[in-house]
Design a protein around this ligand. Structure first.
Ligand code: SF4
Length: 351
């Protein structure tokens, strides 16, 4: 089954930081239920005065309406039915339906960001990535979305059917750091094979990463495989100095390793930088730190790396650390404007 070309003309896009804790719905086991054969329907383009975002990246100039008030935008739970690895979200950064693949149901991460919403006080669901289960869950959810079934569910039924029937991307993003798994390349291969099987040739494969593992052999292999499938690396960079990095990301991974991984990855393909700006103890990032952050971006470019754009965002929900708070839309805009001025890069704001 091939999605009609004009579906894709709505724009093929990049995903979202998800809310980790969601309800598990006591529905039937998806792979024991005969999936409805997807019936593609021609859809119309849509626009709305409430458009939240303009097209970005390599998307065509078509207004994609993603409203912040939709239930599936408000609730980015990484839980779906009784699935372990795969979940759907409507994402502002993906401009529509993004299917997440959580390779860290064990909640393992090599960062400990002050804004992390993953509840690590309770044990994770699974330790290993079972590729056959990832494949089954992904196949079923894609069929379910394309057939319109997802759009009928309570969480998705206030979004236009067009939004929940077009799979913008499949994104490795979960309750931890995807590059920590030992077989990242095999995980990419599973996703690529399912997309090929479903004839979703234009659907992107996105890796949302803290960049600590981008130098691992299996990750390099996996990212190369992604390159052949409209792959995009969305890499976190929240700081310009080691000191601030330790303050915000609280990782034992050296900052220069993160920077080196960003550079080496960006030398091979354009990458997207994702940066969360916030206040700590009521204070936003200092101008000295912001200047240092901009210098890091310039160093990547000067070193031969290509940065496609910067996603500048702030907290969407309260964090476990009460002293970490969000920027206002105006404050985030000021930060974004500084980045544009100092780097010349395209900066998308997600207040
Ligand atoms: S990198 Fe992501 S999952 Fe890891 S601690 Fe930071 S926000 Fe949480």
């Amino acid at each position: 089954m091939r999605v009609p070309t004009d579906w894709m003309s709505l724009g093929n896009i990049p995903q979202a930081v998800g809310e980790p804790d969601g309800d598990e719905h006591p529905l039937s086991n998806p792979w024991c239920t005969a999936a409805t054969k997807p019936v593609p329907q021609k859809i119309s383009r849509f626009a709305s005065p409430e458009s939240m975002l303009a097209p970005m990246g390599d998307s065509p100039a078509v207004p994609i309406t993603i409203r912040n008030t939709w239930k599936a935008v408000v609730d980015h739970a990484r839980r779906y039915q009784d699935f372990t690895y795969v979940y759907p979200v409507i994402s502002r950064r993906s401009r529509g339906l993004s299917i997440g693949v959580n390779l860290n149901p064990d909640k393992q991460c090599n960062f400990d960001c002050v804004y992390c919403e993953v509840d690590r006080t309770t044990p994770g669901k699974a330790r290993d990535v079972r590729l056959d289960q990832v494949r089954d869950e992904l196949r079923w959810l894609i069929d379910h979305a394309l057939s319109g079934g997802l759009g009928l569910e309570a969480k998705f039924n206030d979004a236009p059917p067009e939004v929940s029937r077009i799979v913008r991307d499949v994104a490795f993003s979960g309750d931890g750091e995807p590059t920590m798994v030992s077989n990242f390349d095999e995980c990419v291969e599973v996703v690529a094979n399912v997309l090929r099987e479903k004839e979703l040739a234009e659907t992107k494969i996105v890796l949302i990463t803290d960049s600590a593992g981008l130098d691992k052999v299996s990750v390099r292999r996996g990212v190369s495989l992604m390159d052949a499938h409209h792959g995009e690396v969305w890499a976190k960079l929240d700081a310009g100095t080691e000191e601030y990095y330790r303050h915000i990301n609280r990782s034992s991974v050296r900052f220069d390793r993160i920077l080196s991984n960003l550079l080496e990855t960006a030398r091979v393909r354009p990458i997207v930088i994702q940066s969360l700006f916030l206040k700590t103890h009521g204070q936003p990032m200092s101008s000295i730190e912001l200047d240092a952050y901009c210098r890091r971006l310039n160093q990547i470019r000067d070193g031969g790396g290509t940065l496609r754009e910067v996603h500048a965002y702030t907290l969407a929900r309260p964090t476990p650390e009460a002293w970490a708070t969000r920027l206002s839309a105006e404050e985030l805009s000021t930060v974004a404007e500084t980045i544009r001025a100092q780097t010349g890069l395209r900066v998308e704001e997600f207040p």
